[in-house]
Ligand binder design. Structure first.
Ligand SMILES: [Zn+2]
Length: 347
């Protein structure tokens, strides 16, 4: 059958309830991360100033920075703080993930029932064992990435700190600037931590949904890509909204932090053995929805250059979608770069 506006509305509710489950953990991490840097900053400032004060030449070499025990202790403190923050965050996420997966499967069933009301179809449930496996694998992925992250952030902090500097008349502002840059490196770890977690968590819920579809293939004809369709949506997700995919295909293979959902699409009434029923009208596709938006919204979603190329028919919506390969991660659909759009247009 088809994914109707009613089904898309259930998908939107699912997206919101997933966000309500994950947002508080992100908010807690954001607060704790900021507080941790506030606590660490004086320690770094003190360490950097000590190295500067000890210099008799008006310069501090990278070697002198690297040799400072105080600075090494501060960096160590930063890394162990990150490990603790992420450990707490991961525990919170692990406690939420089973619920997020269950809610997704329940919504999936509701989306299917909305398409075949009063048909008396019985559904097969995903077993607890299968859900546990999906949850365990996602938790492991998140933990592994979160174990690597503090090491990477530490290396960035070192790159900011450990190089030669001229002290000048007054060491205080020089040290403050250096510590500020180090803080930026520390804080740069935060959006990466939440992005990894959000993406893995949502992928796990998508996988749970796919498991449910596999069990109910006698009723289903695949799944439909549902995008949030708002100003924060990207060209790729809008372009794929309303597109149909086989049950065997994982997804939606959105970019990192993608909020799109997978809606089950039932077979036609005739295929389900119920003749004489009229098929309902489908939802608008993403490109159809896009055509009805104001110029301003179109520019917000695609960026002004892409939007103009599309409006003047120099490119199609399909041209705006690129499947990207990423080392160590799954493929994902992203907006085509303006550079390659212009190349395509010329060629
Ligand atoms: Zn998306």
């Amino acid at each position: 059958m088809t994914v109707t506006p009613e089904v898309a509305a259930i998908a939107a509710q699912l997206k919101d309830s997933q966000a309500r489950m994950l947002d508080p953990h992100d908010a807690a991490l954001i607060g704790a991360w900021a507080q941790t840097w506030t606590d660490l900053e004086p320690e770094f400032l003190d360490a950097v100033l000590s190295v500067m004060t000890a210099s008799k030449t008006g310069r501090v070499s990278a070697r002198q920075m690297a040799k400072s025990k105080k600075l090494a202790a501060a960096i160590d403190h930063a890394r162990t703080s990150m490990v603790e923050l992420l450990d707490q965050y991961d525990q919170n996420l692990a406690a939420t993930l089973p619920q997020a997966a269950t809610v997704t499967v329940t919504a999936h069933q509701a989306m299917t029932i909305a398409q075949v009301p009063e048909s008396g179809i019985e559904f097969d449930a995903v077993t607890t064992g299968q859900l546990d496996k999906i949850v365990a694998r996602a938790t492991e992925e998140i933990t592994a990435s979160h174990l690597r992250l503090p090491v990477e952030v530490e290396a960035e902090m070192r790159r900011q700190l450990v190089h030669g500097i001229a002290i000048g008349e007054n060491p205080q502002p020089v040290a403050a600037r250096l510590v500020r840059k180090t803080g930026q490196a520390f804080n740069g770890g935060l959006p990466r931590a939440t992005m990894i977690a959000r993406t893995e968590m949502l992928d796990a819920t998508r996988e749970a949904a796919q498991e449910w579809e596999k069990k109910n293939q006698d009723v289903l004809d695949g799944w439909t890509w549902i995008c949030a369709l708002d100003r924060r949506s990207c060209a790729a997700c809008v372009g794929l909204h309303g597109s149909d995919h086989p049950v065997s295909e994982p997804g939606p293979l959105g970019h990192q932090n993608c909020r799109c959902t997978r809606a089950p699409k039932t077979k036609t009434w005739a295929e389900l053995g119920i003749p004489g029923m009229k098929e309902p009208a489908p939802i608008l596709t993403g490109p159809e929805w896009f055509d009805n938006q104001s110029r301003e919204t179109q520019d917000a979603i695609l960026g002004a250059t892409r939007a103009e190329l599309l409006r003047t028919k120099q490119v199609t919506f399909d041209d705006l979608i690129t499947r990207r390969k990423t080392d160590g991660w799954r493929d994902s659909y992203v907006p085509t770069s303006i550079k390659s759009l212009k190349l395509r247009k010329g060629g």
